[in-house]
Design a protein around this ligand. Structure first.
Ligand SMILES: Nc1nc2c(ncn2[C@@H]2O[C@H](COP(=O)(O)OP(=O)(O)OP(=O)(O)O)[C@@H](O)[C@H]2O)c(=O)[nH]1
Ligand SMILES: [Mg+2]
Length: 252
């Protein structure tokens, strides 16, 4: 079966994710993160009252979307459910994964809790397997400061190969910097070079076979290496989502 549908198009976003672009050049931003890291606070700080809440199509999970303008551009931001991973073991994880993977947001912001950053890196590294266009927002910087936790923001940014922005969203601190960085990434004014995760030899060998095969089927519709990893992991839910969003049956 051919690939007939692109979720990243204006109509695809509307039909599959209920995300409506007013103009083709509007930028779509996904906001991901572990539960309770301040995603909704970041979302509220960016969008003010320009937001609305519904459900994800076919799911009972809340879908909050908002809008903001920065410089000369309009941004649509989607507050994803809080998840510890994207391995699709809960409906929230499926929703977050499917949006990042098939909704093709222009930028994904991963909100991290500055007081327990290591625990939060698991999700961030999973997002970096799917997309290069990522900003890490290290939130709760005030809490970290009061606990005497120091974070080497520049060092983290170098290690991860993406921009890292410190924020205290509750007090609107760092938000302009975050908006500037999202803007720059959306408009190719900065490039990322995400850290590459090294897998054991057996997996690397399998990846070398599977990735080019998947790449030739799906082209740039999905990150082929990430898909190969999910298939090697025996993740059935990705096969279902490929059927739903890319109209391709991987079982036959
Ligand atoms: N001290 C401090 N508290 C914050 C900051 N940002 C958010 N909070 C607080 O952290 C708590 C959780 O914030 P939310 O924005 O609801 O977090 P969330 O990630 O959306 O949570 P879930 O949607 O449940 O995953 C709230 O009490 C916020 O007021 C911050 O920068 N500093
Ligand atoms: Mg929230």
């Amino acid at each position: 079966m051919g690939l007939t549908h692109s979720a990243s198009t204006k109509q695809g976003l509307k039909d599959l994710f209920n995300v409506e672009k007013l103009k083709e050049e509007d930028c779509v931003i996904a906001l991901a993160g572990n539960p309770n890291t301040g995603k909704s606070t970041v979302f509220n700080s960016l969008t003010g009252l320009h937001q609305h809440t519904g459900n994800w199509p076919g799911k009972t999970v809340v879908n909050s979307q908002g809008k903001y303008s920065h410089k000369d551009k309009d941004f649509i931001i989607v507050d994803l459910p809080g998840t510890y991973s994207l391995l699709a073991s809960s409906v929230e994880e499926v929703v977050a994964r499917d949006f990042i993977c098939f909704g093709k947001p222009d930028v994904t912001v991963v909100v991290l809790d500055a007081t327990c950053i290591e625990r939060n890196l698991n999700l961030l590294l999973q997002v970096l397997e799917i997309t290069d266009n990522v900003v890490a927002c290290v939130n709760l910087m005030d809490e970290a400061k009061s606990k005497n936790i120091k974070i080497d923001i520049e060092g983290l940014s170098k290690e991860l190969g993406i921009p890292v922005i410190p924020t205290t969203a509750r007090n609107n601190v760092g938000m302009n910097n975050l908006k500037d960085t999202i803007y720059d990434l959306c408009h190719n004014k900065i490039e990322t070079c995400p850290v590459q995760i090294l897998y054991p030899r057996e997996i690397t060998e399998q990846l070398q076979i599977l990735t080019p095969m998947l790449s030739s089927i799906f082209m740039d519709k999905i990150n082929a290496k990430w898909l190969a990893l999910r298939l090697l992991d025996g993740d059935d839910s990705i096969i279902n989502s490929i059927g739903k969003f890319l109209e391709y049956d991987l079982k036959t």
